[in-house]
Write a protein that binds this ligand. Structure first.
Ligand code: HEC
Length: 162
C-alpha cells in the first residue's frame, strides 16, 4: 500500500521533471511577418561587398516597422504586438559606379510579446532564409546576446528617420 509520503515524492519528481522540460524546451519563435513590405521603412544600412563581414551577413539591409513598433520608436519602449523586420539583400558591384541590390539573403524578425518571450527581454527573434516561411532553428539566443548591448533602448539598435 502506498503511503502519502511516497505519493508526495512521486508528485515532486513529476513536477521537477516538468520544470526541467520547461527549461530545456526550445524558445518559441515568431511567425513570418506577412505583408511587411507595406509597413513603414525605418532605415537602410550597407555592409559593403568589400567589408570583412560581408560573407557572413553583408549586403543592404532595410528595416521595417509595423504600426505598434512605430509607436515604440517614438516612445522609447515597444508595446506588445510590435514587429520589426530586417530585410537583407546581397550587394553586387557590376564594375560601374553603382553597387546594386542583389538577391535576398534572409529576413530577420523581432516580435514583442512580454509574456511569450519573457526569457529574452520580451522579444522573440527569428531568421527566415530567402523564400522560406519556417524559421532557421536555434538562432534566438545569439540574436538576443547581441541585441542586449542596447538593452537601454529596449533592445532595438536603429532609430526612426524622417
Ligand atoms: C552581432 C550583433 C547582432 C546580431 C548577432 C544580430 N543583430 Fe540584429 N541588429 C544588429 C544591429 C547593429 C542592428 C542595427 C542595424 C542598423 O541600424 O542599420 C540590428 C537590427 C536588427 C533589427 C531591426 C531593429 C533594430 O534593432 O534596429 C532586427 C529585426 C534584427 N536586428 C533582428 C535580428 C535577429 C532575428 C537576429 C538573429 C537571427 C539578429 N538580429 C542578430 C546587430 C545584431
Amino acid at each position: 500500500m502506498r503511503t502519502p509520503s511516497v505519493r508526495m515524492g512521486r508528485l515532486i519528481i513529476a513536477l521537477a521533471a516538468f520544470g526541467l522540460m520547461g527549461a530545456d524546451a526550445p524558445a518559441p519563435s515568431p511567425d513570418f511577418p506577412d505583408g511587411y513590405r507595406d509597413w513603414r521603412h525605418v532605415s537602410t544600412g550597407l555592409i559593403g561587398p568589400h567589408a570583412p563581414a560581408y560573407a557572413a551577413n553583408g549586403g543592404f539591409h532595410h528595416i521595417y516597422a509595423n504600426p505598434a513598433a512605430l509607436r515604440g520608436y517614438k516612445a522609447g519602449r515597444f508595446p506588445d504586438g510590435a514587429v520589426l523586420v530586417y530585410d537583407l539583400f546581397e550587394a553586387v558591384d557590376r564594375g560601374g559606379d553603382v553597387t546594386a541590390q542583389g538577391p535576398r539573403r534572409h529576413v530577420d524578425v523581432m516580435v514583442k510579446d512580454s509574456r511569450r518571450f519573457a526569457r529574452t527581454g520580451g522579444w522573440g527573434y527569428a531568421e527566415f532564409a530567402a523564400g522560406e516561411r519556417a524559421p532557421r532553428p536555434g538562432m534566438a539566443a545569439a540574436c538576443h546576446a547581441c541585441h542586449e548591448r542596447v538593452q537601454a533602448r529596449d533592445y532595438v539598435f536603429s532609430g526612426l528617420r524622417d
